[in-house]
Design a protein around this ligand. Structure first.
Ligand SMILES: NC(=O)c1ccc[n+]([C@@H]2O[C@H](COP(=O)([O-])OP(=O)(O)OC[C@H]3O[C@@H](n4cnc5c(N)ncnc54)[C@H](O)[C@@H]3O)[C@@H](O)[C@H]2O)c1
Ligand SMILES: O=C(O)[C@H](O)COP(=O)(O)O
Length: 530
């Protein structure tokens, strides 16, 4: 008999099939502290949560019988995925069930914002009939900027069209073709920030999206614009927003999510007359809660019964023989993907992986998942893993092509990752595992190099002239950036060349700008491989 613990409020109707199963016992215990969960989790095979339960490393460690953690919803930021993966616990989510509901909430927030509905309601029920204060604006004819055109962002854009809005959209995976299909105008973050009357964010919280709307963005916004966050707290800088409202740039904001949930009682949003808030209700409809609970219950049953399942967000089982051969290449593969994506500026449309030498006669699928994860993690953050990386690439129209080649170019094994991006960008990074030396990057954009893929790196493209290395060394030295190693690659003497440096710390943006401004240097970009 399997035991499943439901530790957050999850729809009864949704988990009915789990309760009806004759090989499963379901216990519902909500509001438990970490210690209380640790004390009982050992007796359970499955754990079902929403976002209230934080599934810590300690809880997972105490779950000695735990086989699956099911998230009835999208975000798994409350679950320690690494710990689950390490302990062989499958984590699954229900990514599709609450899309429409959350989109409708974002839309409701936009309308409430445009017409001051919460403020007007509060005043009316207090006995004041105030028809002057709450002059609103129409949505028709306004420009809506959508940051993040995944499941929810795309649905918001569809509905905004029906309201006669013009849509500017940005997503690193939004190609011109897809934008045309969705009838939105593909724009940069800067275009959106400067041109939108309303901005709504629908991205996960990643290193790149944290505070993607902050002081510099508010400073250039249209006066009187309005902003909505029903995605994740932290995508919009909360304090910078309050300043932008108080200085008259932003006319109002609607937030469903907060950097810290629940927010402290003295959080400025809670008393600001121009900010409306809801307590993370985006997914809270009868329909969505049933959908996500049904989806997740179905998969939990499959996992407990050892049947094929979908929507896993951590590691899948890999045959031991394949694992032994491929495992040494996993981190190299992920780093090559990450390196290549950091050099790419346009929307990626194709990832080509070429395996040569020792790798040409193995089933390299698990390794490809790591490489694709490396490519996508820049934009998906913790939401991408080796289980879902291929699926995410497919849903974003990113074609993954794998080729095998007997040509090893002198290496016993070689992995070459090439990214094609819109409009005509192509980036190539190749790496190998050298006996006795470990991981090496041996080619960047077709230039030969030999450097360990680690830490903070600077890639410089320049013309092969005497004195360039000295200029770079001096500038970095003057800015207190210590060089750990340096490689120069060129195809012909005096022609185009690249310099790849490993430095001891992050390189300030202004130093990269100064580097790019040096004589004979064309570009200087930072690549971080941690
Ligand atoms: N408020 C709620 O209750 C609620 C409910 C459901 C989902 N969510 C949150 O909403 C967000 C979107 O959910 P979804 O189901 O649409 O996810 P999704 O994965 O389908 O879409 C997210 C999109 O964000 C894009 N993105 C990543 N980095 C970006 C960047 N720097 N700039 C622009 N776009 C970027 C990705 O490419 C992706 O297309 C997630 O954070 C999710 O956790 C909140
Ligand atoms: O990621 C999600 O699915 C949403 O943020 C909903 O979270 P909830 O299930 O706690 O409402």
């Amino acid at each position: 008999m399997f035991k499943v613990l439901v530790s957050d409020p999850i729809s009864d109707l949704g988990i009915q099939q789990l309760m009806d199963a004759n090989d499963v016992v379901v216990d519902k215990k909500t509001g438990l502290s970490e210690d209380e969960l640790i004390a009982i989790i050992g007796e359970y095979d499955g754990l079902l949560v929403r976002s209230q339960t934080t599934v810590t490393e300690k809880i997972i460690a105490a779950g000695t019988n735990l086989k699956v953690i099911g998230r009835a919803g999208v975000g798994v930021d409350n679950i320690k995925l690494e710990a689950a993966t390490q302990r062989g616990v499958v984590v699954i989510n229900a990514p599709d069930g609450n899309t429409i509901t959350t989109c409708e909430h974002a839309f409701a927030m936009m309308m409430a914002l445009a017409r001051h509905i919460p403020q007007a309601y509060a005043k009316t029920i207090s006995g004041v009939w105030d028809k002057k204060t709450f002059l609103g604006v129409e949505l028709r004819g306004k420009t809506l900027g959508v940051l993040g055109m995944g499941r929810i962002g795309s649905e918001v854009a569809k509905r905004a069209k029906a309201f006669g809005m013009n849509i500017l959209a940005y997503d690193p995976f939004l190609t011109p073709d897809r934008a045309e299909k969705l009838e939105v105008k593909l724009a940069s973050v800067d275009d959106i920030v400067r041109g939108a009357d309303f901005i709504t964010v629908h991205t996960p919280l990643t290193a790149e999206t944290r505070h993607m709307i902050s002081r510099p963005q508010f400073e250039v916004m249209k006066k009187g614009m309005r902003i909505i966050n029903c995605a994740r707290g932290g995508v919009i800088d909360e304090m910078a927003l309050v300043e932008a409202i108080d200085s008259g740039i932003v006319a109002g904001a609607a937030f469903d999510v907060f950097e810290k949930e629940p927010p402290q009682a003295d959080h400025p949003f809670l008393s600001h007359p121009k900010i409306i808030v809801t307590p993370h209700l985006g997914a809270s409809t009868v329909e969505a809660q049933e959908n996500v609970a049904i989806d997740v219950s179905e998969q939990v049953l499959h996992i407990l019964r050892n049947e094929p399942f979908i929507n896993a967000v951590n590691i899948p089982p890999v045959a031991p023989s394949v694992m032994n051969k491929l495992q040494p290449y996993f981190t190299l593969g992920e780093k090559l993907g990450s390196f290549a994506t950091q050099l790419t500026h346009g929307a990626i449309s194709e990832i080509t992986v070429e395996y040569a030498g020792d790798l040409s006669d193995v089933d390299t699928q698990p390794l490809t998942r790591y490489i694709v994860k490396g490519v996508l993690s820049r934009h998906f953050g913790g939401d991408v893993n080796i289980v879902n990386s291929m699926h995410l690439a497919k849903t974003r129209d990113v074609n993954v092509v794998v080729t095998k080649s007997p040509k090893t170019k002198g290496f016993t094994n070689l992995i070459t990752v090439t990214l094609k991006a819109d409009p005509d960008e192509e980036r190539l990074v190749a790496g190998t595992l050298l006996q006795g030396y470990g991981e090496r990057i041996v080619q960047v954009n077709k230039f030969p190099v030999d450097i360990a893929p680690e830490g903070h790196q600077i890639l410089i493209s320049h013309n092969d002239k005497p004195g360039i290395i000295g200029l770079v060394g001096t500038l970095l030295g003057e800015n207190d950036v210590n060089i750990a190693s340096m490689q120069v690659g060129r195809k012909i003497v005096g022609g185009a060349a690249i310099m790849l440096l490993t430095v001891d710390k992050a390189v300030p943006q202004q130093v990269l700008v100064k580097l790019a401004g040096l004589q004979e240097i064309n570009t200087a970009e930072e690549v971080i491989l941690l």
